[in-house]
Every structure is written in C-alpha cells, then in structure tokens.
Design a protein around this ligand. Structure first.
Ligand code: NAD
Length: 428
C-alpha cells in the first residue's frame, strides 16, 4: 500500500509551533497588554521530557521519548491530550499545549493548557507492547500529572483504553483509585456519557451554527468533506449524517473515498472499526482520491480532522469549500489563512470548532470529583449551551473589532488569560 499525505507529516508537526506563535503574535497585536505579560504567555510554563525503556514482545528493550508540556496554568489545572505518533516533536507538543490554553479560555473552562506525546507508531505495537509503553509513560508522568494539577486525555493515536491504563497505573502508585486524573476513560471506570463522540459532535454543532449565520442552512444540499476518520472525523461524519447532512468525502492515512451522492457513513464506520483502511474500501459509485485531492474536491464544508499543517499556501487557493471547520488542531498555516481570508472562505478555528472534546472532558472531571454522574441528554444540553455561547463570543469580537474568527477567538482567550494573570499578580 502506498501512503499518500499532503506533505511529510514531520514537516507539518515541525511547523506547528511556528504557526501557533504566528497566530499568537497576530492576536496580541490587536491588544494593549504589558510586554512582560505577552512574553509570559508566549512561553510554556514547564516542559518535561522522558526517555524510558519498554520490553518488546521479541525480548528486545527499546527506549522511547515522551513529552508533557504545561503551557499555562493561570486559569486552573492544565488540560490536554496525549498523542502517540512517530512524528511527535517537542515543538509540536508546545504548539498543541498553547492551543489548549486558548481553547479552554475561550470556552470558559477553569483550565490551563497542556499536551503530551510519545514518539511511536502505535499501529506497529502489539496490545501488550502498547499497554507496557503506556503504563511506563504514565509512571514517568506521575510527578507532573494529578487530578488538581494536570489532567491528560486522548488525542491522535490514543483512546479510552490508553486512558484506562494511565488511570490504573497512577492509581496503583497512589494506592487508591483516582479516576479524575485523566478524562476520556471508558464508561465503566468513571468515564462520561458522550465523551467519545464529543469532539466530532461539537464540530457539527459549530458547523450548523456557522451555516445558519451564513444563510446556507439547507441540510440536504450541504456537501461535507472530512479529512481523517478517527475519533474526531468519524464521529463528526456520523453526527452530520444523523442530522440530515450529506458527507461526500472522507479520508484516513491511506487515502480518501468520494461519492457525489453521499457516502454510506454507518457502513464505512463499521468497515474502518473492523481494522480496514479506506484504500481497501470497494463499493459501486465510490471513487478513490488521494488526501491532497480530497482537500480540493468540490464541496460546501471542509472539515480537516487529521493533522496540523494540511491547508497551506500550496492548496489554499484551490479549496472549493466556502466554510472550513477545523476538527484537527492547527490544520491551516498562517499564509493559507491569509489566502482563505482574501477568497472570503469562512474558517472556523480549531479552538472553537473542536472544543467539544475538552468541554465534555471537563464534565467528566467534574463528575469524577463529585462521584455524581449525568445522563447523555444532560451532557448534550450543556455541551451545546457552552459551545454556542463561545460561538457568540467569537462572533461579537469579529463584529465589534473587525477581526477574522481565528484572531477574534484568540484575542478573547489571550485577553482572558492576561487579565487573570494581572489579577493574580506576579509572584512573589
Ligand atoms: P485519531 O488517531 O483517532 O484519528 C486520526 C485520523 O487521521 C485517522 O483516520 C488517521 O488514519 C488519519 N490520518 C493520520 N495521518 C494522516 C495523514 N497523514 N493524512 C490524512 N489522514 C491521516 O485522532 P483524533 O483523536 O481523531 O484526532 C485528530 C485531530 O483532532 C488531531 O489534530 C487532534 O489533535 C484533534 N483533536 C482531537 C480531539 C479528541 O478528543 N480526540 C479533541 C480536539 C482535537
């Protein structure tokens, strides 16, 4: 099988921090903040790198590199996912941690931002190797994670099982169960209803709001294309179809599939969850596309939900969608942003579009701390309320300050963190 990607993923991940800093610099240029406070927010608070051994199934001992970066903890404990990918770098983790700070601040969650990662291709590990690696990494993280200081969650390459192993390892060290140390856990050990689907559903809630405000809300007519069919992409596709929208294109790491009349998303979900790649999907009327082609295909809404750095100066001019909803973190580079702005393409930024995940993670954490669990109806009601309120905030800043949505979202978030920093004062 030939893997096609828009660009080498390590190029994308190494550019992520540049993107995060360029976005930050643009946002702060619209604010009047003390230089020192800007400098403080521009840097991570602390960075933790570990090299740890894991015994592989063949008896070899391999040493892996892992990171956890706490970007900012002014608004509360830091929150952010853990990524397993061969392309993880410290710079990528820094970028993702910074975006988490702005996302939590924008949505109004009492959290700062963090992120973690291990340089590993999880698809090349057996289940036992994955468990050993995860437990050893969790053990290495014990000094920096805890339910009141830093709370990890799943991201690319990790899932609820990974969180279960981290929670169990941490609990064994403490000597009692600590479910609130991670979110995105399975339901039977303190997970929350709706967490698994939350990011994807949130993406569609935000997309619907954007279409309504743009006067494009004609469910049957809107054609959606989604890059990435993992946790975010697949649940976004399923929720879109359940809500009457048509998903015409999706992709995974092996490439994309397209059908102008709409894809059978439930069938594709079962197909991929059985361990198949989309490149091997064979169905009448379904065309195969590469990932680069998928991003430029004719559609109304494009949802990048895989990696950062996918919409660049190379393809931004060819994107056909009039609305881009960023399911992934950092999928659009700053130059691509400029091109899209000049072409009047509405870009709903990651910090708003994919905030559903951390919002339900917050609900999970609150439920774990209170030992009192809510039903799915309540979760969805609160999720919609919080996301739409965040949308309103961004729309108001766009309107009153004449900003694009990304800059408006970051201006609001950065202002909030800066104000809290000044209210708390500079220690000592
Ligand atoms: P995942 O591992 O569940 O799925 C990733 C998907 O992307 C898979 O379908 C994979 O095949 C595909 N993919 C990987 N490399 C690719 C490439 N080079 N080209 C095209 N497709 C590729 O990951 P996820 O949790 O769905 O995360 C996806 C994105 O969403 C990431 O940017 C992540 O940071 C962001 N995000 C995730 C969450 C969450 O709750 N999981 C929350 C907010 C944001």
């Amino acid at each position: 099988m030939v893997l096609d990607t828009l660009m080498a993923p390590d190029f994308a991940s190494s550019k992520a921090y540049e993107t995060a800093l360029a976005q930050f610099d643009r946002a702060v240029s619209f604010l009047d903040l003390p230089d020192g406070v800007v400098e403080f927010m521009r840097h991570p608070k602390r960075e933790y790198t570990v090299y740890f051994p894991v015994q592989m199934d063949n008896g070899d001992i391999r040493v892996f590199t892992g990171y956890r970066v706490h970007h900012n903890i002014v608004l509360g404990p830091s929150k952010g996912g853990i990524r397993y990918s061969p392309h993880v770098t410290l710079d990528e983790v820094r970028a993702l941690a910074m975006w988490m700070t702005w996302k939590c601040a924008l949505v109004g969650l009492p959290y700062g931002g963090a992120k973690g990662g291990v340089v590993v291709d999880p698809t090349k590990l057996s289940l036992r190797e994955n468990e050993s690696l995860t437990r050893r990494f969790a053990s290495e993280l014990t000094p920096v994670i805890n339910p009141h200081g830093d709370i990890p969650a799943p991201d690319m390459g990790t899932n609820s099982q990974t969180m279960a192993w981290i929670m169990d390892t941490y609990s064994m060290t403490m000597g009692y169960s600590v479910p609130a140390v991670v979110t995105g856990k399975p339901l039977n050990i303190g997970g929350s209803e709706g967490r698994e689907e939350a990011t994807g559903r949130g993406v569609i809630i935000i997309m619907e709001e954007a279409l309504k405000r743009k006067g494009l809300y004609d469910k049957g007519a809107v054609r959606i294309v989604i890059q990435g069919f993992g946790n975010v992409g697949a649940h976004a596709a399923r929720y879109a179809v359940e809500n009457g929208f048509k998903v015409v294109g999706i992709s995974d790491v092996s490439g994309g599939v397209y059908a102008a009349e709409g894809l059978d998303i439930p069938a594709l979900y079962t197909f991929t969850r059985d361990g198949n790649l989309l490149s091997s999907y064979d169905h009448p009327g379904v065309e195969h596309l590469s990932n680069p082609e998928l991003l430029e295909v004719d559609c109304d809404v494009l949802i990048p939900a895989a990696l950062e750095g996918q919409i660049t100066e190379r393809n931004a001019g060819n994107v056909k969608a009039s609305v881009i909803v960023e399911g992934a973190n950092g999928p659009t580079t700053p130059i691509a942003d400029e091109i899209l702005r000049s072409r009047d393409v509405l870009v709903i930024p990651d910090v708003l579009a994919n905030a559903g995940g951390v919002t339900v993670s917050y609900f999970e954490w609150v439920q774990d701390l209170q030992n009192f669990f809510w039903d799915e109806v309540e979760i969805m009601r609160q999720l919609k309320r919080i996301l739409l309120k965040a949308y309103d905030r961004v729309a108001e800043y766009c309107e009153t300050r004449k900003l694009d949505m990304r800059t408006a979202a970051q201006v609001y978030a950065i202002e909030r963190v800066a104000r809290a920093t000044l209210t708390r004062g500079i220690y000592p």
